[in-house]
Write a protein that binds this ligand. Sequence first.
Ligand SMILES: *Cc1c(COP(=O)(O)O)cnc(C)c1O
Length: 378
Amino acid sequence: MTDAPDVGELRPPVRTLMGPGPTDVHPRVQRAMTGSTVGHLDPSFLEVMEEVQELLRYVFRTDSEWTLPISGTGSAAMEAAIANVVEPGDTALVPSNGYFGGRMAEMVRRAGGDPVSVDAPWGEPLDVADVRGACEDHDPEVVCFVHAETSTGVLQPEVPALTEAARDHGAVVVADAVTSLGGVELRTDDWGIDVAYSAGQKCLSAPPGMSPLTVGERAREKIRGREEPVRSWYLDLTELDDYWGDGQYHHTTPISTVYALREALRIAAEEGIENRWERHREVAGTLVDGLDEVGLERYADDAYWLPSLNTVRVPEGVDDEVVIDHLLEEYDLEIASGLGDLSGEVFRIGCMGYSARPKNVRYLLAALEETLDELNAA
Ligand SMILES: *Cc1c(COP(=O)(O)O)cnc(C)c1O
């Protein structure tokens, strides 16, 4: 057997996080996480859970009772959404205009469903007429879309028209709101979204680990009518609702991460959700103006601009990884490279939550300009 490893005290570097998430955590959220651990059925914790649910309804703009955070990251909330609404044999439309639609398709398959893709090129949103056409051709039980595509920096416009097309065919609508919740306008109930999910570590600026989900009445009805139990025991929403709604043991929620999410949501409520959307537009507006000045060409069309995640093309002759490594090593600053089809083609620069501050934007622009100049001179 090996001896006890001699591992030093943990001293993570202090970074400025301007990538696709996680984002800078507010000091108040950091402090909230240090609150004492209590039992997951402690009366004080049941109260915390109720407050988190109320705050989540506020940021999602929903009245739905079934609004709770999933223990896990955004992908766990994505899987909870899909595993519960998709029954074996169901057809689900999924988008093909970015990285995350592919992940949805795989989850639909694993839930026993049949994914059918609604095609649009990477870098463009779905066309509502295409969604309508696909509904007519395939008669899906579920229609999925990505509200804010983090791989391309594209915001899906015309959400109410898209959900109407799906609802006209009786389909339940699932929205990936991972990079929109708390950062760009999202109105779950008014826009006819049946299920929306997100993650703590994007525009809410909580640490990763608890991921918001909301399920409206139409989706609940579909879930209640399932003939076969949800294939995932851990993500079965009916069981999870017994815990979040009635305080019955299901699993041990990550207590400290719930504390953190509560504080992050409290900050969002103090700011006011609409003011928060406006701040993201404003701060990210100065970011894209600055990127123009640095001479970087925008990837996504202005019409579909996603303030929380900005994509610019990697200039000719520049190695994206060299730039990204240099920013991390010399500036303690994180941005990201392209994902999937866009690998090596774009930089992805986040502007989310507590990271969406003028100070961060000024720092990023200066660091990026210096780095590109240095590389040009070399
Ligand atoms: C980040 C992200 C996810 C996955 O979330 P994880 O927390 O990494 O599991 C899903 N969808 C979109 C659009 C995302 O940006």
